[in-house]
Design a protein around this ligand. Structure first.
Ligand code: NAD
Length: 278
């Protein structure tokens, strides 16, 4: 069994991005908007700012109070859309309930949509046209590639059908010629489906969604989850690692698996948006 070292692969990607940034006429510029004071979001936004700095990129964080209106947020986005010095715009999710997420994501200029959640980018991904690929799914595919795991012809099972992770990663696996099954909360007998899988991507948002008896010997297991263990408070994924790892051929740990790849891919996407500017 091999524990996939997401930290190492992410560090390599960040170094590659930094080297490309060093050759740019100016520093690519990522703007991150965060609304409210969710502690997890604050940590993610802080990490993104540091990662930008280390890669030689410019970062602007716009923090709005939880009480900010949808119109206020739209006006911040409009300002960044028309600012020629900004290359990528990311709105940290989730947003407070009174704000319509769809409306906000659609308001980001398509050519600055670094997370790939704009409907134009979603359509492009599903039509196999060039687009900004969402960072977490992109990072997962890079991990598979880095470890020589070839999805072609494999049975891949994705647990979760969110727009952020489950759906786009299923599409990327399909594009890589895997035979893909998407499972969700209404899936009947999840274990029977996962036991057939060569590659399992778990993005359910619940610890212990995938246990040892749900996995066949030699499966590749990618754990996307970021949860807090209710007892110890430690960071944990959606996979019961101690049970699943002994049966897996490759498995990602939490932390140190998919998470670092998300940030590294964000940097790469920002650089690509900068390079794609007319
Ligand atoms: P989400 O809540 O939007 O979606 C969860 C999906 O899982 C839903 O489609 C639901 O139907 C399905 N699901 C939930 N419980 C299930 C179960 N028991 N059996 C089968 N299906 C089930 O979550 P999300 O935004 O896709 O995120 C998923 C997890 O990934 C979360 O833990 C999140 O924190 C984490 N995440 C990590 C990164 C990263 O960079 N590592 C990035 C994004 C999200």
């Amino acid at each position: 069994m091999v524990i996939i070292d997401g930290k190492k692969i992410a560090a390599e990607l960040r170094a590659e991005v930094a080297a490309r940034v060093a050759g740019c006429a100016r520093a690519p510029h990522l703007a991150v908007i965060v609304v409210g004071d969710d502690p997890a979001s604050a940590v993610y936004v802080h990490n993104k700012a540091i990662a930008c700095e280390k890669a030689g990129m410019r970062n602007t964080t716009v923090a709005l109070p939880a009480s900010a209106s949808e119109d206020e947020l739209l006006s911040v986005i409009a300002g960044l859309n028309s600012d020629p010095a900004v290359d990528g715009i990311l709105v940290q999710l989730p947003l407070p309930r009174h704000i319509d997420e769809d409306r906000i994501l659609a308001a980001i200029a398509l050519e600055k949509d670094v997370d790939g959640f704009h409907p134009g980018n979603v359509a492009a991904l599903f039509q196999k046209r060039p687009c900004a690929v969402p960072c977490t799914p992109k990072g997962i595919m890079k991990l598979l590639e880095a470890y020589g795991i070839e999805p072609c012809g494999k049975r891949a099972v994705v647990i979760g059908r969110s727009r952020i992770v489950g759906l786009p990663v299923a599409k990327l696996l399909l594009d890589a010629n895997a035979t893909v099954t998407i499972c969700h909360t209404r899936t009947v007998n999840l274990a029977a489906v996962t036991r057939e899988a060569d590659i399992i991507v778990v993005a359910s948002g619940h610890p212990e969604t995938l246990r040892g008896d749900m996995v066949r010997e030699g499966a590749v297991v990618i754990d996307v989850g970021i949860n807090r263990d209710p007892v110890t408070g430690a960071l944990c994924g959606d996979v019961l690692f101690d049970e699943v790892a002994p049966k897996a051929s490759f498995i990602t740990p939490v932390p140190g698996g998919v998470g670092p790849m998300t940030t590294a891919c964000l940097l790469e996407n920002t650089l690509e948006l900068y390079l794609n500017r007319p």
